[in-house]
Design a protein around this ligand. Sequence first.
Ligand code: ADP
Ligand code: MG
Length: 365
Amino acid sequence: MDTWIGLMSGTSMDGIDAVLVSFRENAVRIHDTHSIPYPEHLRHRLMLASQNQATPDEVGELDTLTGVIFADAAETLIRNSSVDKSSIRAIGSHGQTLRHQPSGPSRFSLQIGNPAIIAEKTGIATVGDFRSRDMAAGGQGAPLVPAFHQFFFGSKTEDRCILNLGGIANITWIPSNPASPVTGFDTGPANALMDAWCLDQTGRAYDEDGHWAQEGIVDQAMLSDMLSDAYFDRPPPKSTGKEKFNLGWVKTLVQRHGETRPEDVQRTLLQLSVITAVRQMPQSPAMTVYACGGGTRNRLLMGELSQALSPIRVLDTAELGLDPQWVEPTAFAWLARQTMERKPGNLAEVTGARGPRVLGAIYPA
Ligand SMILES: Nc1ncnc2c1ncn2[C@@H]1O[C@H](COP(=O)(O)OP(=O)(O)O)[C@@H](O)[C@H]1O
Ligand SMILES: [Mg+2]
């Protein structure tokens, strides 16, 4: 039996999620999992770098430091697992995005966390740099999870919308009719703005369970101003990141609306995440929405989502056999398998690429 490792850290920069999995037909078996939060000082430096506040020397150093932590995550996962190490065919490492600029004259998407270090420390072939080939083929380089969502969550009887609530939210629409295309794109912020405002105002990295937001009320004028951002009306393909949806974006809006309590802003940002996701979903009364990512642990967010979508059902991906925390790292284990087998990992209709492409760079064992 071949096994695969997936390593993921998203725009939230909260830390690395690692899985050891195997695949059979359309089934996934998770053998072991491991998470490592970034040390606070590293997270802070990554945040600064992601805001363009780092020299090339610093970016190089961060590439090494995160590469070592990604490798540590894989090594701990392997050490604590009863799975035979020799069965592990490859590690798929998304890396840590520092910047994602999918449009403009010189498009790029920069992930750090040197895969050479992971391959060297583990002795296992490592696939990294998943986004750049899709971008070279004219695509957004994102989102890349929809192909895996289709593989694992596709159903012949139910239209499904997978909603990933990371720092940024992305949806994958999987119609039950195989003749209809799978579509997907980033809908905008999920946790990114809430985290940024919470950190700025309270010093806490995120608003646990939405408790703080719960104390506030939605500022309707500010919300409609936020909703007027052109990103939300743009047709797909589209993808975004913290280059756009960041603390500066929030502060500009807050300043425009004068006296607002900080908890009201937090509540408004939560509502923004809900409404932008819901409005951009296909209007299909028969679908079921399955959520994944860290945002599923925010009870207020999930409650508001259910209310906004009612009577459409909102569940999380555990209902389909995959815990919400492990969907993304499992997707990168699957993408590594696609690469090793020289199969495409992108969905061209999602990213806008000229066609399907074998993604990533292989760092041999
Ligand atoms: N208990 C919780 N309450 C509220 N938010 C949470 C909770 N647990 C995790 N989160 C949110 O989930 C984020 C991490 O989600 P994740 O899916 O790892 O995102 P990313 O892919 O961007 O790293 C955290 O930054 C935080 O905003
Ligand atoms: Mg994360």
